[in-house]
Design a binder for this molecule. Sequence first.
Ligand SMILES: [Zn+2]
Length: 123
Amino acid sequence: MKAETEVRPHVPRRGWLKNGSPPGDFNKAPRCGAKTRKGAPCPQPAMSNGRCRFHGGKSTGPRTPEGLECMRRSKTKHGYYSAEARALRRHTRELMAWSRDWLSRMKKMIKEGSWVNKSTREL
Ligand SMILES: [Zn+2]
């Protein structure tokens, strides 16, 4: 026995597609047209920027302050080489060098006897 199958003529669909894409003939969509490795124009349907999903170009990166901050946070591992940390280490080195220099000058003055403590002189 042969199973009966309902045969319906193809009825053109109406209404919007998934993801808000407009209805219509796929073949009438504007084409990408980028030069492919074969040298022929790309036949893929174009996006709003005029190119297909393969030839849309590189990302231009984050633009909003929130996006930039998110990118910085994701790229920073420990912050050892951040401008702030490097400036702090530089300042510490300068302070240590100044302290060593000052200490050696004090020792030299004490050895020569030219060092006079103000607090003992006043007494
Ligand atoms: Zn393309």
